[in-house]
Each structure stands twice: as C-alpha cells, then as structure tokens.
Design a protein around this ligand. Structure first.
Ligand SMILES: NC(=O)c1ccc[n+]([C@@H]2O[C@H](COP(=O)([O-])OP(=O)(O)OC[C@H]3O[C@@H](n4cnc5c(N)ncnc54)[C@H](O)[C@@H]3O)[C@@H](O)[C@H]2O)c1
Length: 347
C-alpha cells in the first residue's frame, strides 16, 4: 500500500506509520504539529529512509493533501488527524467541528482532486466509542448496533464525519470509483510500541495511563480519580483498554479485507473492562512505586462502564488482541516513560 497517514505525528498515527513501514509499505505522514511531535517523524525517517515522508500541513489544506497524494502515488488514507478532548470540545464546539469535520471534508475534496479522483480507493477513519455516549441498558458490552447518541461535541464530530464518509462512499460507488471504507470506533487506547521507539506524549495529558505514569515518576505531585461512588465493584468507572499495536493491527486487517464498494464500522476494544482503581494498582505494581491519589467528585458526562463487544471484528476481520493483561499493557507504556521521562524532544 501507499498510505497517507493524517495525524501521523501524534500518538496513534505515529504507531500506524511505524507498523506500515515495518510491513514494507510506503507512508506519507501529514500533521499540523498542533498536538503532534517532530521527534517521532525524525526517528521513522532515519529508520525507513525513502519509503517515508513527512508533510507539515493541515488536513484541511487541499493543495497539500492533493499534492502529497499525487507526488507519492498514494492509494490509501488512514485518517487519525483530529483534536480529541471531550472537555475542550464542550468549551469550544465550533473549533472541534471546524477541525474534525470541515477539515475532513476538505481532505475528501482533495482526494477527489487528485488523479481524476481515482487514486485513493481505501479510507480508514479513527472514530470513537464516544459516538455511543451512554449506551442504554442491555447494550454493555457495546456492539456496533448500539444507538449512537454522543454526549459531547467531540463525540458528535466523530459521528458527523462517519455520516459524511458513508455519503461520500455512496457517491464514489455511483460514480464508478468505489472505495473501501472502514470506520473504526476505538475504545481507550494505551501502551507503547514494544520496540521502545514510540510512546504517548500528549499536551495537555488527560489519558489515565500516562497521567498515572507521570504520578509514578514524581512528575506530578498527585493525580485525581473522578468519582468513587459509581455502581461498579470498586466504585470507579470501568473502561476497555486496547494496546496501540493491537489497534493498528485492526487497521491493517481492515485495509486487507474490506473490498471496494464496501463500507463497514467496527468497534476496537479487547471486550473487557478495567476500573480506574485497577489501572492505578497496575501502574503501582509495574513501576514499583506509590503515588498520591485524590478522590474527586464525578465528572459530568462520564459513562459508568464502557467496554466493547468484539464479536463483529473477530468474526469479519479475524482480529483479536494480543495483549489483554493490564500489567502487560502498562509495562509497555512504563518502559517508554522510563526511557523518555520528559516525553519527546521538543522543537
Ligand atoms: N487515544 C485514544 O484513546 C483514542 C480513542 C478513540 C479515538 N481516538 C482517535 O484517534 C485519533 C488519534 O488520537 P491520538 O490519541 O493519537 O491523538 P494525538 O493528539 O496524539 O494525535 C492526533 C494528531 O493529529 C494532528 N492533527 C489534529 N488536527 C489536525 C489537522 N486539522 N491537520 C493536521 N493534523 C492534525 C495533531 O497535531 C496530532 O499530532 C484521533 O482521531 C482520536 O479522535 C483516540
């Protein structure tokens, strides 16, 4: 494949670039570097030479996207580029829609403007379990048929773009230029590449595993648990944590197996939930340190328990996660944090 990876300088996108390059594919990463890092682009460039290129551009910059597709003869788009914080999206919804929806539309127009719109015939989109909002009773574990009722502008931005992609794919089919479309609804993604090269470095950091890592390393004085009175076994929220390399395996399988003219959505999660306290206990075990945890009140909009029903992705893509033990997942993240206590080199 010859793949355009948007958001390629971010956490998940950089892992996708690495896996695709290791498999022998040609990769062009596009990123505005608004939240991503130059450092992993340099590391991948040094290792994979002329099969990898980095383009510093916005997804909404039509000329850059069309130019990249034409110059590198690309046939596949993996679209990771997005802003992805629920709270931030509530504070500035129009920015979220502009970045995650309008820029995505411009990217599709840029695809159409390249090589008579016939070049790219495979699109894989990073959607989210946030499109489900609070699943109704009887829908946890969450199947793909769960009603999609987001509770935040972030979740809506992902759902809107799913709809836009479905309409785009229908139009491409009726124009005789069919695409294969996969919309992968991730649950919580965590961990680092087991080769120790790439990691997770968000600013601001809100994801539970890296926040706990920073607390374990003493880079935060303490960390908070939001809500300890939920009706779960230990009172804290339960989530499904999928290792980043397993997540990328789902992309590779979707790219291999979904044929032209077919549009499919798959949930990607291991199919089991871990509570916030279980994650923190795992970080304590793996790091061999303790840290202060503040028991704060519930956060508006947090679902009680969210984990995947992986039946469809197992059946249709033959995907199942290699890592299901939480200590194994957490130790991949810990290794990277130990080697890179300040995150990626900046600049
Ligand atoms: N991390 C998770 O647990 C999780 C869960 C569900 C879905 N997702 C989705 O996965 C994708 C990747 O998430 P991540 O955790 O790697 O985030 P990230 O912030 O590390 O990476 C996103 C990258 O996209 C870039 N970007 C954002 N908007 C852009 C634009 N308009 N043009 C060019 N580049 C742009 C950012 O600079 C960043 O490098 C996102 O679409 C996110 O919504 C992530």
């Amino acid at each position: 494949m010859r793949v355009l990876v948007t958001g390629g300088a971010g956490y998940i996108g950089s892992h996708a670039c690495q896996r695709l390059l290791r498999d022998g594919h040609h990769v062009v990463a596009v990123d505005s570097l608004f939240r991503g890092h130059r450092a992993p682009m340099g590391l991948l460039g040094a290792e994979f030479g002329d099969r990898f290129a980095f383009v510093h551009a916005d997804v909404g910059d039509r000329a850059s996207i069309t130019g990249a597709i034409d110059a590198h003869d690309l046939d596949t788009v993996m679209h990771f580029g997005a802003i992805a914080y629920v709270g931030e999206s509530v504070d500035d919804p129009l920015w979220y829609y502009r970045n995650n929806v309008s820029a995505g539309i411009a990217m599709l127009e840029a695809i159409d403007a390249s090589r008579d719109g016939r070049g790219v015939d495979r699109v894989i989109f990073s959607s989210s379990c946030a499109t489900y909002g609070d699943p109704p009773e009887g829908m946890i574990p969450v199947p793909e048929t769960c009603p999609q009722r987001p509770t935040s502008p972030y979740g809506f931005s992902k759902l809107h773009f799913e709809h836009i992609l479905l309409d785009y794919a229908n139009k491409r089919r009726s124009d005789g230029k069919p695409i294969a479309l996969a919309m992968l609804r991730y649950f919580n993604v965590a961990g680092s590449d087991r080769g120790g090269v790439l990691g997770e470095d968000h600013t601001p950091e809100t994801h539970l595993v890296p926040v706990a890592m920073q607390a374990a390393q003493g880079r935060r004085a303490s960390m908070s648990i939001f809500g300890t009175d939920y009706p779960t076994e230990d009172g804290t929220c339960v989530r499904d944590y999928v290792h980043v390399e397993d997540l990328i395996e789902a992309h590779v399988r979707a790219a291999d197996r979904i044929g032209p003219g077919v549009s499919e959505a798959y949930n990607v999660g291991i199919g089991a939930g871990y509570s916030v306290r279980q994650i923190l206990d795992s970080v304590r075990r793996v790091s061999g340190t303790d840290f202060e945890v503040i028991e704060a009140g519930r956060r508006a909009g947090d679902a009680i328990a969210l984990y995947n029903d992986p039946t469809k992705i197992k059946r249709e893509l033959g995907w199942s996660p290699e890592i299901t033990e939480i200590d194994e997942l957490v130790s991949t993240a810990w290794d990277w944090f130990q080697a890179n206590p300040d995150g990626y080199a900046k600049g």
